[in-house]
Design a protein around this ligand. Structure first.
Ligand code: UDP
Length: 404
């Protein structure tokens, strides 16, 4: 089997950054899990991101055949996304120098998010290294949904440019493929649909009573939200659904940091206005290694999002054997099998969420943890990495590789 040299570009978000914080979520998980599996299969992966902390090691080994390289671009601190955009020329300059001085050559570049696609475009134009782009979210789609801050014309124009320029686009769902065709006029045969995955070793079921004791939870029903604290996640609707529940419950909200303090305060005052602040625990962001504890302690994990490009949290919950109530966003209609591992709601209105939560909590037929876990076996990262490697090889077959 042909082994590839792959450069993964994630300029704006570090794959080992704190998850659940403002700009660091599913995309970071995707990059490091995919890289680990590709490395395990014998491919050589270098992941490039910008230095966001002066203590960042310039280069570190993340796994077998996987290195993470931090390049200087702008202030060595967390900076606003648009400041990352303005530091892209410096990022690209340092990337090229790093390649030159270390005599590095790659078969293919895999870019993540719109800003990194611009780096891919530059590398294609100057060095003829083919690039595959993955956008994770699309500006035009976010604007069409109209929740949260609007996305800039610059973002949409950059997406448009790279959608037409890149060698191939990877999306995680058929919906995102349709969106690319509808909003960006992308050529359908240029788009490969490969779902995201879940780490089945990390996410596995543990005893509910024991995990609850560890987290200091009592015997009320435990509802769980995990994710970045972002208006698109619909957490406000979930909080509004709580007074409609008949059972005694506790909602545990995992995610959020200093940069999402404003959103957190808004959610707390919403809960306080409803007289249920004592029933909601805001835990802030939690290291991913600790998340299986939360999923195992929960009776149901709720994903009330308006938009997800895929939705890793529901997969993780199911891998831990905990059912999910979710809107039909991302790939959730394919993942959730009603009556087996959870319930899909038609929309995230408080009443619909409350009805679905009540149904899942009271569903005596909900299968055992192991059956719920088995429902997501096919999303194990090893399967996903094979598909991505096949996509890369297909691109290279269409054109000779740049490596000497
Ligand atoms: N996550 C985490 N700690 C937190 C919150 C989230 O490790 O406090 C991880 C979670 O395990 C998941 C990812 O962040 O893998 C969120 O991915 P998802 O696709 O659900 O949402 P996105 O961030 O892409 O919108």
């Amino acid at each position: 089997m042909q082994k590839l040299k792959i450069a993964i570009i994630s300029a704006h978000s570090c794959p080992v950054g704190d998850l659940g914080t403002k700009d660091t979520g599913g995309m970071s998980v995707y990059i490091r899990e995919l890289a680990r599996e590709l490395g395990k299969a014998g491919h050589a992966i270098d992941i490039y991101t910008r230095i966001h902390d002066p203590n960042d090691p310039r280069m570190e080994d993340l796994a077998d055949n996987v290195r993470l390289i931090h390049l200087k671009a702008g202030r060595e601190a967390r900076i606003q996304k648009m400041d990352v955009y303005f530091s892209l020329p410096e990022f690209t300059f340092n990337l090229e120098n790093f390649w030159k001085y270390n005599d590095l050559k790659y078969d293919i570049v895999f870019t993540h998010y719109w800003m990194s696609a611009l780096v891919g475009k530059y590398l294609w134009e100057t060095q003829r290294i083919p690039y595959i782009a993955m956008y994770h979210t699309l500006g035009a789609v976010k604007n069409a949904i109209g929740i949260g801050e609007g996305e800039s014309e610059l973002r949409i124009a950059s997406e448009l440019e790279t959608v037409h320029d890149c060698r191939r686009i990877i999306v995680a769902t058929e919906q995102e493929k349709d969106d690319l065709i509808r909003y960006y006029d992308a050529a359908p045969d240029k788009i490969g649909v490969v779902p995201c995955g879940v780490n089945m070793e990390l996410f596995s079921p543990s005893d509910k009573a024991a995990t609850r004791r560890q987290l200091g939870l009592n015997d009320e029903k435990v509802l769980l939200f995990v994710g970045r604290i972002d208006p698109l996640k619909g957490i406000d609707n979930l909080i509004q659904s709580l007074p409609l529940l008949k059972e005694k419950y506790k909602l545990v909200v995992v995610g959020g940091d200093e940069n999402s303090r404003q959103e957190m305060e808004g959610l707390k005052s919403l809960a306080s206005g409803l007289g249920i602040l004592d029933k909601v625990d805001f835990c802030g962001s939690v290291k991913q290694e600790k998340l299986p504890l939360f999923y195992s302690a929960a009776d149901v994990c709720v994903v009330p999002s308006y938009y997800e490009s895929f939705g890793l949290v529901p997969l993780e919950s199911l891998a831990c054997g905990t059912p999910v109530v979710a809107t039909a966003v991302g790939d959730l209609s394919n993942i959730i099998e009603p009556g087996i591992n959870g319930c899909i709601v038609a929309d995230n209105s408080p009443q619909k969420l409350a009805d679905a939560i009540t149904m899942v909590l009271g569903n005596n037929n909900t299968e055992s943890k192991l059956t719920i876990r088995a429902s997501v076996n096919r999303w194990a990262w090893s399967h996903i990495a094979e598909k991505i490697a096949a996509e890369m090889k297909a691109v290279l077959e269409k054109q000779p590789a740049a490596v000497a």
